[in-house]
Design a protein around this ligand. Structure first.
Ligand code: FES
Ligand SMILES: [Fe+2]
Length: 368
């Protein structure tokens, strides 16, 4: 798992006037809104005696710890220690990590890392979201799966034929193959588009159209957990699916799935469209949750790869690049630490302020 990327913690509508607990990358966080409605994300471990801030209350612009009432404001600073009385001096180390937050596309994105703003990998651009020619729906899914296995499934052009009967023929067509992939790369990801024969979908924009049944599709990643899958059912009927995958821990992920479509854009079509998406996601889930080994193997010598896996190999190369930047969390070092020892993902403030009660999570040392 990697720090220094934006991860979705929740939908904006879920963040109300109460603290909201979120687990991401195996770490605990508390999200809350201040009195003006601005959202914040803090490390959830109270630096007094380790209580869960998410079990506390929002008081004014602060979250109040449920154990002894210490209050922490949005930048992570403790502003009140009730036991010290009203003139008590607050120790400088009484602070928790505060993570940059952005609300976009109805989602709450948290930047889990310490990079300054100018160096942060971006949130994927979704131009369809504000475009009246498109209609967007949002769905959330929980899988018991490895985040990288799930991302590789999103990228995989050779699984559609077999996993998704509505888009393929289960290998029954004698002329089936995956054309040579043209993998494109950008600074934060990789992707490909490919053309394949797909059953017609019963939709007015597709009827009688030259090219119906000839589908173009492909996915591109942004960072480690964001991707867009473009499904072009015909030259004019398109669905663009933005998937935001947050590792909850090593064995669980949450996926927010935003699908924009430029056909059947009437709001009453949301329900049937979402039902179809539920089926398609379930088809992927049952495969990905049962992969062995559970996580993507460290070495590709433990698998047999073929040319249709090229985009997956490229994604793994991209992850190696992120690892060389020092962003991969060292899960083994964390597991070897004293039982139950608390770590925090370092926040940007750690770059210029010292004196943190909780150690920063170790990262994998980049290879030369
Ligand atoms: S543990 Fe949070 S105030 Fe004591
Ligand atoms: Fe799939």
């Amino acid at each position: 798992m990697f720090m220094n990327f934006w991860y979705v913690a929740a939908e904006s509508r879920e963040l109300t006037d109460k603290p909201l607990h979120a687990k991401m990358l195996g770490f605990e966080f508390v999200l809350f809104r201040d009195s003006k409605g601005k959202a914040y994300c803090l490390s959830n471990v109270c630096v007094h005696r380790g209580a869960s801030l998410a079990n506390g209350k929002v008081k004014g612009d602060c979250v109040e710890c449920p154990y002894h009432g210490w209050q922490f404001q949005g930048d992570g600073a403790c502003t009140k220690i009730p036991s010290l009385g009203k003139d008590g001096k607050i120790p400088a180390r009484a602070k928790v990590d505060s993570y940059p937050i952005e609300e976009k596309y109805g989602l709450v994105f948290c930047f889990l890392g310490d990079l300054p703003e100018s160096e942060r990998p971006p949130i994927i651009d979704m131009p369809e979201y504000a475009d009246p020619a498109w209609r967007t729906t949002v769905q959330a899914f929980g899988w018991r799966a490895d985040w990288q296995r799930a991302m590789e499934n999103s990228l995989d052009p050779a699984h559609t034929e077999f996993v998704h009967p509505s888009m393929g023929y289960q290998g029954e067509r004698a002329d089936y193959d995956v054309p040579d992939l043209a993998v494109h790369e950008h600074v934060w990801g990789v992707g490909t588009m490919t053309t394949f024969v797909s059953p017609d979908l019963p939709h007015e924009k597709m009827k009688g159209l030259k090219g119906a049944g000839q589908m173009e599709a492909g996915s591109t990643t942004w960072g480690v957990g964001q991707s867009v899958t473009k499904l072009h059912f015909s030259p004019i009927a398109w669905a663009h699916q933005y998937t935001f995958t947050t590792p909850v821990d090593r064995h669980h992920i949450k996926r927010w799935f935003l699908q924009a479509r430029n056909f059947r854009t009437q709001p009453e079509m949301d329900t049937p469209v979402n039902e179809r998406n539920n089926i398609v996601m379930l088809q992927d889930k049952v495969v990905v949750e049962r992969l062995a080994p559970f996580c993507t193997p460290e070495s590709s010598t433990e698998e047999v790869l073929v040319k249709s896996d090229l985009v997956i190999v490229s994604f793994r190369d991209k992850l190696k690049e992120f690892e060389r930047r020092g962003w991969r969390i060292d899960l083994e070092a964390m597991a070897a630490a004293a039982d139950g020892k608390a770590f925090a993902i370092p926040s940007p403030a750690r770059r210029f302020a010292k004196g943190w009660a909780i150690d920063a999570a170790p990262t994998v040392t980049p290879h030369a």
